[in-house]
Design a protein. Structure first.
Length: 591
């Protein structure tokens, strides 16, 4: 029987440097590798004059960078870990410099295969993780977005022109994240958390990953506290609760952003942090919105995250996640947060562009198959946390643009199925002057009365039913000119309600204003007010109620209750005011 001589397998390591190693150094390197990987190695030297001050050793997929550049990068990373908000930061930096020594650490280094259109294909990073940040030799950063057997796809956060084929790529081991802190309130930042409002740097208190798991069921509690929008038609018929996700959907230029903006303005003095995420909008529009917030004193409690149309698709893709990370920082501190995503249609388009460039298979309407997961993992992070987690909440108002009112398109149906209701804005209503142009039939809030105060629930009564009956009767009566008196009164009543629900922008109503108005309207006190007089009458009526029943108004705001005696008081005051105000109409018409 012949015995076969078995020799242990040997692996090859590559040493790159300016000069070949001495026999002593070669032996030391081989001894280090054999102990590290428990196998024998052969060493091949490759001359590289750019590494005159050191060497780079590559073995088993790991890279040990002992070049001048590699040691300086280690030194910079060590300095980055020094806390910058401490008073003794200078002694800390001095101590770090004095005690620092370079370390021989395994590092994966890859090379760029192709680059273009904000996408870089990289080889050699076998252990890179999805969502990990990579650093290119030019200083540009990118994020791993596509994992394949022999290469990875990376989306770029900076100028891809500074990267070329063959450029070196380093792993960081960190996922994409943004700095967070209380100092971000009142500021405008980009999708990476960097200030773009010209007011200087923002001191950060923490660093949060832009992607994080949604709170579990155990960590949540029911949505039962109202998030008042200040918009009468929404608060009365489609109430939004703190921790809810309510979609605002409609065609272009139908007032979707106006509703979100009024909701932000209505949070003044209510200890709610508001975050507005602008995705793919004109920079001038974002600047105008910021000026509006400043003019109304809302920037003190607001943050604007902007990834404008001129920014890359990568920044537009990560912007809502960055805004959500900022919101989670405040939510986990026990505060209430309102976040607006304006709008997720453009977000999906940016993601579609990146996915097609990464050579992923297109599906319905050319969107990738995971576009539903794209938005669900974002919106599921909105919640009302349990008391054990601090009791904070994050309410999401995503905005989606439809084409010709088609809510059955791919992205609208996706987000409708994720959210807890939708406010549908109709073009015909908007162009007829009904603003906000809320369609009562297609709008819904799946939280409903659970998030409504008892006062608002009592006052709103059968408002939705009355309006639905009016819309049905209005369609029917278009084909008939001979109407009986009862039908004419019902039509006049419905027209009065629709006119009452018209509300100018930047004028959100307080709870007592909404309640006193609804009590009078739904009890037919305003039945005989001419439509041409309705706007002026409403303004004068609210001023009269605040003057004549100030205690009642404050009680409604503070307690959220509306007992029967308060309803009777409101009706008595409303009827008396109507009688006095009616004389003014007569005098005006006579004049």
């Amino acid at each position: 029987m012949n015995e076969r001589n078995e020799t242990p397998e040997t692996a090859q390591a590559v040493l790159r440097g300016g000069t070949p190693p001495s026999e002593e150094n070669r032996a030391r390197l081989l001894d280090f590798l054999s102990k590290k990987y428990q196998t024998a190695f052969t060493l091949r030297f490759v001359r590289d004059d750019s590494l005159a001050g050191g060497f780079v050793l590559q073995a088993q997929g790991d890279t040990y960078d002992w070049s001048v550049e590699g040691r300086m990068r280690q030194f910079k990373e060590r300095l980055d870990r020094v806390p910058s908000d401490r008073e003794d930061v200078i002694p800390l930096i001095r101590e770090t410099v004095e005690n620092w020594t370079p370390q021989v650490l395994p590092e994966e280094i890859g090379q760029v295969l192709t680059v273009g259109d904000e996408i870089a294909t990289v080889s050699g990073l076998e252990h890179a993780a999805y969502g990990e940040i990579l650093t290119f030799s030019s200083g540009v950063k990118g994020m791993v977005q596509d994992l394949r057997r022999d290469r990875i796809g990376c989306i770029l956060f900076g100028d891809g022109e500074a990267i070329s084929e063959g450029s070196i790529v380093h792993r960081t081991g960190r996922t994409a994240g943004v700095p967070v802190g209380d100092a971000f309130l009142g500021r405008v930042v980009d999708a990476l958390g960097s200030p773009i409002d010209g007011k200087g740097d923002i001191p950060a208190e923490d660093y949060r990953p832009i992607e994080s798991p949604a709170p579990s069921i155990i960590d949540r509690q029911p949505v039962n506290r109202p998030m008042e929008t200040g918009i009468l038609s929404i608060d009365a018929m489609f109430p939004i609760g703190r921790g809810q996700r309510e979609l605002i959907i409609g065609d272009r230029q139908t007032g979707k952003t106006a509703i979100a903006l009024d909701t932000i303005l209505n949070q003044k003095g209510k200890d709610v942090v508001c975050i507005y995420v602008a995705i793919g909008q004109k920079a001038s529009s974002v600047a105008q919105l910021t000026q509006t917030l400043e003019r109304h004193g809302a920037m003190d409690y607001s943050i604007v995250v902007s990834a404008s149309a001129s920014d890359s698709a990568t920044l537009q893709y990560i912007a809502p996640y960055a805004g959500c990370a900022l919101g989670e920082y405040f939510m986990e501190k026990g505060r209430d947060v309102l976040i607006v995503y304006d709008d997720l249609s453009k977000h999906a388009i940016a993601y579609r562009a990146l996915s097609l460039l990464l050579e992923r298979s297109p599906g319905r309407e050319a969107y990738p198959g995971d576009v539903f997961y794209l938005h669900s993992r974002l919106l599921e992070r909105s919640a009302h946390l349990s008391d054990a987690r601090g009791g904070g909440s994050m309410t999401a108002l995503p905005i989606v643009e439809t084409q010709a009112g088609d809510v059955s398109a791919y992205i609208p149906t996706n987000i409708i199925s994720i959210t807890d209701g939708q406010i549908f804005l109709e073009s015909n209503l908007f162009f007829s002057g009904q603003r906000p142009a809320v369609n009562v039939g297609l709008s819904v809030s799946r939280v409903g009365g659970d998030a409504q105060t008892k006062a608002m629930k009592t006052a709103a009564g059968a408002l939705r039913l009355d309006l639905a009956q009016y819309r049905e009767m209005e369609v029917f009566t278009q084909f008939s000119s001979d109407l009986d008196e009862v039908t004419q009164k019902q039509l006049a009543y419905g027209q009065g309600l629709m006119r009452l629900l018209r509300q100018p922008q930047y004028h959100p109503m307080s709870q007592h204003q909404q309640v006193t108005l609804l009590v009078a309207a739904l009890n037919h006190v305003m039945q005989d007010v001419p439509l041409s007089e309705m706007d002026g009458f409403r303004t004068r009526y609210l001023q009269h109620m605040e003057g004549a029943a100030g205690d009642l108004c404050r009680r409604i705001d503070e307690t959220g209750q509306l007992p029967q005696e308060d309803i009777q008081t409101i009706l008595d005051l409303a009827r008396a005011f109507l009688a006095d105000d009616r004389a003014g109409w007569s005098d005006q018409n006579a004049g």
